[in-house]
Ligand binder design. Structure first.
Ligand code: C2E
Ligand code: CA
Ligand code: CA
Length: 398
């Protein structure tokens, strides 16, 4: 059966339960979707499937299970938007969702049977809106080693600062420095487009030095704006920490501007490519001895582990924003946030939640006893001059 002529607004439903497949098909058709429904996974895989598709997939099927179907579609390089449904228990459904996400599949919803039809229709509408708004969106540019090196030499990198507030008092306690590339051709480029390339191409320490120098220059202005010494957090890549001279180098750059190490936190994410654990720990210990604070970033994700927390002198734990962002509607994410808070408290560490996007998340974190919050709801990353506006706006809000 040839199916490739079907438009991208088509919805595929693969569920061996005819009753469900028919019910979902009828609902989707009411919302103008062109529905192709199939009960057999083997027959479905014989279709000439399009390169990009929205699929409602039942996890438990007799011939092939949902995970096997996902694997096969990935092999065919199909760009999937997935709605998972199943009669299995919630934890299995949840872990299948995470597995699909690990394959970089966009899982937009997971439904336990019986599926709530209203929620199902809302999801279909959201998918349609996203499809319409992303039409014509440009792909991220890809940069070479030479591009990044030239950007560093021309000093095109700039720093945005994102506020961090104390969740007990609502007062600002610090900012995180986040680098951006002010590119002459592409405009403002986010770090996701160049940090990993800079790491891979051995340019990250040059970039880190530039970031630290810029932060050092801005420090006095930030302290003036807030009328007190505030903490500045700087991201250090694990690839940076291969050089044993890093602590002296950072200390030197910051002391030129008379910055007290106690006002600087280095945020570190463990990396898959960490080959020399001994020198990694050597550097972290010496940064700590020089008076800098160390924060374990993206805690709870693949590489930011309990082992690292146990081995290195961290004084701050940053819960990864993937848990914070999901905590209100995902029981497992909420448990992880609670446990992270408990863990930090037990270890005498400061606990920071990042990725706070709404008031409810903020108030929940407050009630859980989280120390510090950061996120779009509090303030987006911004150039230093806009921090003044943010501060004035906020003091009128209080
Ligand atoms: P990160 O250290 O985890 O920083 C937090 C990221 O989350 C930032 O993205 C920030 O803009 C974003 N964010 C903050 N609040 C929210 C929110 O409420 N919702 C959402 N969806 N996102 C939020 P950004 O600036 O694009 O940075 C991405 C990553 O790039 C950083 O993740 C960090 O790992 C890396 N990075 C940024 N600056 C530097 C740097 O100077 N050096 C190094 N080595 N890495 C950097
Ligand atoms: Ca960070
Ligand atoms: Ca993070």
């Amino acid at each position: 059966m040839k199916m490739s002529q079907i438009s991208p607004q088509s919805l595929y439903i693969l569920d061996d339960d005819l009753h469900y497949a028919t019910l979902l098909k009828q609902m989707a058709e009411k919302y103008d979707w062109n529905v192709i429904s199939e009960q057999s996974a083997l027959r479905f895989l014989e279709f000439d499937l399009p390169p990009s598709m929205v699929l409602v997939l039942d996890l438990v099927m007799p011939e092939l299970d949902g995970i096997e179907v996902i694997r096969e579609l990935i092999k065919r390089r199909i760009n999937l938007t997935l709605i998972l449904i199943s009669g299995v228990d919630k934890r299995t459904l949840h872990s299948a969702q995470l597995l699909a996400q690990a394959y970089s599949i966009n899982v937009v919803a997971c439904f336990s049977k019986p599926v709530r039809l209203k929620a199902f229709c809302e999801i279909l509408n959201t998918i349609r809106k996203v499809q319409v708004s992303s039409k014509g969106a440009e792909e991220d540019p890809v940069f070479s080693r030479e591009d990044i090196k030239a950007g560093i030499e021309k000093q095109q990198f700039i720093i945005y600062y994102q506020p961090q507030v104390c969740l007990k008092t609502d007062m600002l306690v610090g900012v995180e420095a986040l680098v951006r590339w002010h590119h002459s051709e592409y405009g403002l480029i986010p770090p996701g487009c160049f940090i990993s390339m800079a790491e891979k191409e051995g340019l990250i320490s040059l970039l880190t030095n530039q970031v630290v120098s810029m932060v050092a220059k801005d420090n006095a202005m930030l302290n003036t704006i807030f009328g007190k010494d505030i903490m500045i957090s700087i991201n250090i890549s694990a690839n940076d920490i291969i050089s044993l001279s890093l602590p002296d180098q950072l200390n030197h750059l910051l002391s030129e501007y008379s910055i007290d190490p106690k006002n600087i936190t280095f945020e570190i994410t463990e990396s898959a490519v960490m080959t020399n654990l001994v020198s990694f720990l050597d550097v972290l210990n010496r940064l700590s001895l020089k008076g800098f604070s160390l924060s374990i970033d993206d805690f709870g994700t693949g590489f930011s582990s309990l082992t690292l927390l146990y081995q290195a002198p961290f004084s701050e734990l940053k819960i990864d924003q993937s848990f914070v962002g999901r905590m209100l509607h995902d029981a497992e994410a909420m448990i992880i946030v609670e446990i992270c808070i408990l863990l930090a408290k037990k270890m005498g560490m400061k606990i920071v939640a990042e990725g706070i996007e709404n008031e409810k998340t903020l108030s929940t974190l407050k009630s859980l006893g989280c120390d510090v919050g950061q996120g779009y709801f509090i303030g987006k990353p911004m150039p230093v001059k806009d921090i003044v506006i943010w501060k004035n706006q906020r003091s009128t809000d209080l």
